[in-house]
Every structure is written in C-alpha cells, then in structure tokens.
Ligand binder design. Structure first.
Ligand code: URA
Length: 211
C-alpha cells in the first residue's frame, strides 16, 4: 500500500516551513499482520527511503522476529515522514570542530503537517493491531494525555485522533474503534538500556495477543 502521490505532495508542501529534510513513504501490504507507527525517519531512512532501516530499525526487526514476523508482513510508517534535525557541533579526532545535523523530536506543528498522511494510512491499512513505537506515535493516535510509561504493553481499544480538516490545527476522534498496542521506541534503548527488557516483555504479550 502506498499513499497517493497527490497526498505525498501535499505532505511535502505542508512540512516545507520546518527544519526537516527528505521524505519517506510508509511501506508494507494493505492487509498486514501488524501496523507499526514510529516517530520520524532518521538519516539512514531519508537516504534509502526505507522506514526503520537504521540502527533503531535493526532492533525493531529483532523484536518482530521474536514474534515470528518479517518486515514484508507488516506495514511500517511514522507520525512524520521527513527527518527533523537541528544543527550541532562535533569535534573530530583531529580536534577540528565541524557542524553536523542531529535528529530531534518532531514538533506538534510538524506532526500536524503530516497528519493527513497518517490518517489516510490508518483508514486504508487493515491491520489487527496498530503498534505505536514511543510517545510521539502514541500521543498522535491515542491522545496527548497518554504516557508510554503507563500504557506500554497494554491493548487499548479506542477511537484514534485524526486531523479535523485540512485547514484545521486540531484533531477529532474517529467513530471507529482501533486496537492500539503501545510500546517504547526501539531507539529508547540507546539511552536507557533497561527498556530493552520492557520492550521484550511487551512483544511477548503482543505475540500472545496475535495468536
Ligand atoms: N524512527 C522512526 O520513527 N522511524 C524510522 O523510520 C526510523 C527511526
């Protein structure tokens, strides 16, 4: 399943005012075994166009393997399709200081800019469960009051947020109920190793749920 080209163009136009680069399409079958919603692509993804193909993606593929699934069987997307970055400085081994781009969390405006794209996918991809990876995907779909530390590993059956209208800056709730399963973003383990166990436990629960 790929979003229509006109929708991708709309997304590119809506994200233009912000400090982001590249554009990565969601990827996978229209009737996947699972839908996964991340945060935003990083440097690797904007170069090869494959969602979750960088360092975090390697871990994600490991978690999927744990529940007997491959990349080809799932639909992978994210709240924002372009890489949000900020400039920073890095000291080289030679002592030279060079400017480089660092990933950053997408802002609420950037998430709104790409909301029509995720809305389309939520509507057109038919998955038994939608796994949100990290706080950004969770809050985008399940509401700003949700916290990953409180709801990870639990099945939430509820409406999801969608953009109220193309000229709107607010969300409305869908009439339809969705099955959401929040877990931590795989990149979180780079900063907090103890989350690895939580993610493993969440995926064990997810496997039982899918059986
Ligand atoms: N994080 C995401 O949310 N998506 C990617 O594609 C890579 C990292």
């Amino acid at each position: 399943m790929q979003i229509p080209e006109s929708l991708a163009e709309l997304g590119k136009k809506r994200i233009k005012p912000y400090t982001v680069e590249g554009f990565v399409y969601g990827s996978g079958p229209a009737k996947p075994k699972l839908m996964l919603v991340g945060e935003a692509p990083g440097e690797t993804e904007i170069h090869n166009g494959i969602p979750f193909s960088g360092r975090a993606g390697k871990h994600l593929m490991g978690f999927l393997e744990q529940i007997g699934l491959s990349r080809e069987e799932v639909y992978i997307t994210s709240a924002v399709r372009s890489r949000p970055y900020k400039w920073g400085e890095k000291r080289e081994r030679s002592g030279e200081v060079v400017k480089r781009k660092y990933n950053r969390t997408p802002t609420a405006k950037e998430i709104l800019a790409h909301a029509p794209l995720l809305d389309y996918e939520i509507e057109h991809v038919v998955a038994p469960v939608i796994v949100t990876l990290g706080n950004i995907g969770l809050k985008r779909l399940a509401g700003a009051d949700k916290k990953i530390s409180e709801v990870h590993g639990q099945l939430l059956e509820q409406p999801v947020q969608r953009l109220a209208g193309l000229d709107d800056v607010s969300y409305e709730w869908t009439k339809k109920l969705y099955r959401l399963f929040p877990t931590y973003h795989p990149a979180s383990i780079f900063y907090n190793r103890s989350l690895l166990e939580s993610i493993n436990d969440d995926f064990d629960r997810l496997r039982k749920l899918l059986d």
